[in-house]
Design a protein around this ligand. Sequence first.
Ligand code: MTE
Length: 313
Amino acid sequence: MLIKRWDPSAPKPSEITPKALWLDRRRFLAMSAGTVAAGALLGPSQAWARNLPAYREGAVTLDEDLTDRDSITSYNNFYEFGPDKSDPKRHAAGLVTDPWTVTIEGECARPGVVDVDALMARHDLEERIYRLRCVEAWSMVIPWVGMELGPVLKAFEPTANAKWVEFTTLFDPEQMPGQRRDVLPWPYVEALRMDEAMHPLTMLAVGLYGEVLPPQNGAPLRLVVPWKYGFKSIKSIVKIRFTEEMPRTTWNIQAPSEYGIFANVNPRVSHPRWSQRRERRIGEFQRRETLMFNGYEEQVAGLYAGMDLAKWY
Ligand code: MTE
């Protein structure tokens, strides 16, 4: 079987062209396309100014072909930048992600504000190759770079009352044109039960394909929960809140019969408007069978022992 691995030692696109030059070229292209306010592109706050720190090859990998980088970064769901798959790449380029802070609130002994660069410096970064299965029945295989969420959360010392963790995306209609329309209740909110958040597969991603996350993929910090439908993997996080009660989450508020709070990938439970039995791997023609828990059943089924997964979809 072909094992297609991303080679982190290979030159990055940013190394082939000196960084100052490609930053300049990006500014020029964006300005000439007239897509972003010029102010957002100048100075050190430019979207891709941050470098990805060194990372190690992670323990979790897959012997499946990686989805090509171009598809991963141009076929996106990020409603803050529009509802079409091509909108995020077109409209997110100027998102200012440096500096970026995350506010920690709720049931924990050490609430506060943490800088993303400090977070990356404090925690082990590694590359992990995960399947991503969207509720819309397509999937990709993505080489993420990031950190395990569990140790990040532990550092804030959640109390015994912390049963859930809620995540919130930036709310900034000036930068995020999709938020000027009521297509979803803004800001985007997602949540995990505490044991799901602490599971070793759950990641906070800061990069993909060996480079810092592009804005359309949720820069500078996004959740990746590989056994759940993609909408749980919330992008561009600015707040983490520990709660005792189950939080209200965006898609669940929008259409509770379609988007459950758990949203575990489950081929046996259909979406009310389509089956979840098969999926289209982006870049492939033949549909694949969808795997229980997106193929991570052995690792995560224990979290849901005794639960009726048709009720708690
Ligand atoms: N996060 C925010 N803030 N806004 C969104 O619209 N879309 C979700 C999720 N995270 C979304 C989001 C959905 S439906 C999916 S499938 C994944 O992001 C897609 O991630 P990708 O574009 O990096 O593949």
